[in-house]
Design a protein around this ligand. Structure first.
Ligand code: PMP
Length: 351
């Protein structure tokens, strides 16, 4: 024990999907996009000027905020951008979850939520999803300090529609409801349209998945003007410049290339449907996914052993040693070639 040990923070961090120095691995463990970002993003990157690097960026990322407001048909005052959606979500937890009552989220969900609760001393209650990993909206009709639900949920990939979100909102008018739409572009229902009806709704999205920009770190929150101004105030108490000039310029280029965006998404969706069928054919239970990953299990196969065996073959997938899902694996949808190699390796393993 060091003399200062009792004065410093002790906390267990979130552990992201493993990154490898080996460039030859097939990386299907962090829900990254296997396709490059739009060529317009690469062009924007090359056009960065000396001044953009030597001067501070606009602290509220106004140009990117405007592009996003235009894209989502909302007012710029309703849009916030941050350094990846993890940054945006952490700021939302700080800004909106300030009650003595516990916030609610599903027990099977993005495992960063309890970590932020512990970091910011927020009380929380995990609500069990049912035996098919579905969220029951009426479980959320109780007193609470706020709600966060990913839609589609992670790591299950299961998504809910408009009625589900409206039911949650109608029964929770006195707290903030955050819907984490990290994977929504792959076929889920986006509740941005509901912002017209509900001023306590916050929708969080990311450029990391559907826009192939995980390395650039851009996330966004879209909400009422009032909540966005509070989010900006909290951000400005912590770090004025969370979005750098390069990310801003590249982000705008991405938002403005809708054709490329749609083509990448349709390729991933087609691969997802094909791979889901292939896994079902070899006896896996595949949860219906509206995201860029599938969540699967095969009762007679030990998921952790399969995960290790694939890793030895240079194929990285995600295994969670978490109760209820410790015999499941989550597989990011890669290119068709990558998925063919994966399927071959899985077949070899189960035979
Ligand atoms: N929400 C969910 C549900 C996620 O799975 C992730 C990715 N780990 C994020 C948010 C954060 O993504 P990013 O910080 O790259 O935007």
């Amino acid at each position: 024990m060091k003399a200062w040990s009792d004065k410093i923070r002790k906390i267990e961090p979130y552990v992201p999907g493993e990154q490898s120095k080996n460039k030859n691995i097939i990386k299907l463990n962090a829900n990254e996009n296997p396709y490059p970002p739009s060529p317009k993003v690469i062009k924007a990157l090359k056009e960065i000027t000396d001044k953009q690097l030597s001067l501070y960026p606009n602290s509220n990322a106004e140009s990117l905020v405007e592009a996003l407001a235009n894209y989502h048909s909302v007012q710029p005052e309703q849009v916030f951008v941050g350094n990846g959606s993890d940054d945006v979500l952490a700021l939302c937890f700080m800004a909106f979850f300030n009650s003595k009552k516990p916030i609610l989220f599903p027990d099977i969900t993005y495992s960063f939520y309890p970590v932020w609760c512990k970091l910011f001393n927020i009380q929380y209650k995990e609500i069990p999803v049912d035996e098919n990993f579905k969220i029951n909206p009426s479980d959320y009709y109780t007193e609470n300090g706020g709600i966060i639900i990913p839609n589609p949920n992670a790591p299950t990939g299961i998504s809910e529609g408009k009625d589900f979100i409206k039911n949650i909102l109608n029964n929770n008018k006195d707290c903030i409801v955050i819907i984490d739409e990290a994977y929504v572009d792959f076929g889920g229902y986006s509740c941005i349209e509901l912002l017209k009806e509900y001023d306590n709704l916050v929708v969080v999205q990311t450029f990391s998945k559907s826009r192939s920009l995980a390395g650039m770190r851009i996330g966004t929150a879209i909400s009422s003007k009032e909540l966005i101004s509070i989010l900006n105030a909290v951000k400005n108490c912590y770090n004025s410049y969370t979005v750098d000039a390069v990310a801003m310029q590249c982000g705008i280029a991405s938002v403005n290339d809708n054709e490329y965006f749609k083509s990448v998404i349709s390729k991933i969706k087609a691969t997802r449907e094909r791979v889901s069928k292939e896994f079902a054919k070899i006896g896996f239970n595949v949860y219906p996914s509206h995201s860029n990953f599938i969540f699967v299990t095969k009762p007679d196969i030990n998921a952790k052993n399969l995960f290790e065996a694939l890793k030895n073959e240079g194929i990285f997938i995600r295994y969670f040693n978490i109760p209820r899902i410790d015999n499941h694996i989550r597989i990011t949808i890669g290119t068709d070639e990558q998925m063919d190699i994966l399927i071959k390796a899985v077949k070899k393993y189960i035979n």
